[in-house]
Design a binder for this molecule. Structure first.
Ligand code: FAD
Length: 406
């Protein structure tokens, strides 16, 4: 007889898990409280659909916090494996100039999702939508609510892929935490990640700078650096370079309600080169030197003027130092609802090496519902796919061993 598996939550980690499971061993059913699977996956698609990143696996692993928790998954199913796998289901990809990996331009996000769903169809995976999981009953059966009716379901193996707590309109509302807490499983409060950070801008600056990108900069916080660009928003900053520093910024905000990031406005020039250009003979003003000698944009100059005192602006030595490390004071994060991802959820120490809950045998958790963090750039989806594939392979092996030992 086949082993029954209930996968609860129909996001990318669950879709990959279901497709990796061997259908000769398992009867697989995916439950989701939405009326269709993969809603957040489609939202990700709207914003560019960065499926993974093409960098080498050793560097790739270092992008995660903590980096050792998911390492085994990337060694088992890495970014190249994902591209090969996607090709097999009919989704060709390309590597963009940023080294990020996307579906070919004519392929729409819904086509990628449908390719997954077709794959599941060929493997006879059952899909039950409008099933909201609501915990366990006293017989350890799963309780669902389906069209306002309670439904109890038994399965040999249960896998949760319920997602984090951002963008709740996609179904990821994080309300599942209470059911795990009732089982004494440690839950960490959700916090936004890959999100905008709040800065009190000067009125005159934000009036002209709102919505503009600050390009070719390096941002650093607590010893971590990221090259890239940030966007100035009415309430602060957002964009790839700042998202990558989310763990460091969050740590400072948690400790002291404020965080400081430093912007290097000229990463390609040393402080000595900048100073020599600011001090070159001639009668130009500081602003003219910034524009003509250092190719500063209007935005860079007005940012400097809004942060730096008049005295420091005209003191070339101080100004050169500030150009290489302009401090921005952050006082908070945007609401979790607007964040691309979240951290918090199930404490990693609650799981064994194969994502099984130590306190609940035959219950597994994968995807963003676990407390790991990664920057945007394809790292979030790759982690979900790698976890799903890794767990699928593990369960196949256990089932195979059981059969040959019979
Ligand atoms: C705007 C945006 C853009 C993004 N862009 C990218 C990108 O370009 N690249 C990238 O790598 N990542 C991106 N991400 C992140 C990525 O989409 C997520 O990390 C990923 O979807 C998480 O997958 P998951 O498998 O953990 O579950 P999720 O996709 O979060 O899905 C969880 C599922 O569980 C279901 N569920 C929740 N609670 C219950 C319950 N009680 N009962 C039944 N079902 C339930 C939900 O309906 C949902 O379908 C983006 C996210 C957002 C919001």
């Amino acid at each position: 007889m086949k082993t029954s598996i209930a996968i609860i939550g129909g996001g990318p980690s669950s879709l990959m898990l279901a497709s990796a499971l061997n259908e000769s061993f398992f009867d697989v059913t995916i439950y989701d409280h939405n009326s269709a699977l993969g809603r957040k996956f489609l939202v990700a698609g709207d914003g560019g659909f960065n499926l993974t990143h093409s960098e080498d696996v050793e560097t790739f692993i270092t992008r995660y916090t903590p980096s050792d928790y998911l390492e085994k998954c990337f060694r088992f199913f890495n970014n190249n494996d994902l591209q090969t796998w996607l090709k097999r289901i009919g989704i060709d990809t390309f590597v963009g100039s940023s080294k990020r990996v996307f579906p070919l331009k004519h392929i729409k996000p819904i086509q990628v999702l449908n390719a997954f769903l077709n794959e599941l169809k060929t493997k006879h995976v059952q899909i039950k939508t409008k099933h909201e999981w609501k915990g366990w009953n006293q017989h350890h059966e799963l309780i669902f609510e389906h069209n306002t009716h309670p439904v109890n379901i038994k399965a040999d193996i249960i896998v949760f892929g319920l997602g984090g707590a951002s963008w709740s309109k996609t179904g990821t509302d994080g309300t599942w935490t209470r059911y795990f807490e009732n089982q004494s499983i440690q839950i960490l409060p959700f916090q936004p990640s890959n999100c905008g950070y709040l800065i009190k801008w000067q009125e005159t600056f934000i009036h002209q700078a709102e919505g503009k990108p600050l390009k070719n900069i390096t941002v650093s916080c607590n010893g971590k650096q990221k090259k890239g660009e940030i966007i100035i928003t009415k309430f602060g900053i957002e964009g790839g370079a700042i998202y990558a520093l989310s763990p460091q910024i969050r740590e400072q905000l948690t400790a002291s309600n404020t965080a400081t990031v430093f912007i290097d406005l000229k990463p390609s020039s040393t402080i000595e080169v900048i100073l020599s250009k600011l001090q070159a003979p001639g009668h130009q003003s500081v602003t003219e030197r910034l524009k003509k000698q250092l190719n500063f944009t209007e935005l860079q100059i007005s940012l400097l003027k809004s942060i730096v005192s008049k005295d420091d602006y005209t003191n070339t030595e101080k100004l050169a130092t500030l150009i290489k490390a302009l401090p921005l004071s952050i006082y908070g994060m945007v609401p979790i609802e607007e964040a691309i991802s979240s951290v918090g959820g199930i404490d990693l120490s609650e799981t064994d090496n194969n994502f099984q809950l130590k306190q609940l045998p035959n219950h597994y958790v994968i995807g963003e519902m676990l407390n790991w963090d990664a920057p945007t750039g394809g790292y979030l989806l790759q982690a979900c796919f790698s976890m799903g594939n890794y767990l699928g392979n593990h369960l196949n092996q256990v089932a195979y061993q059981r059969i040959i030992n019979m």
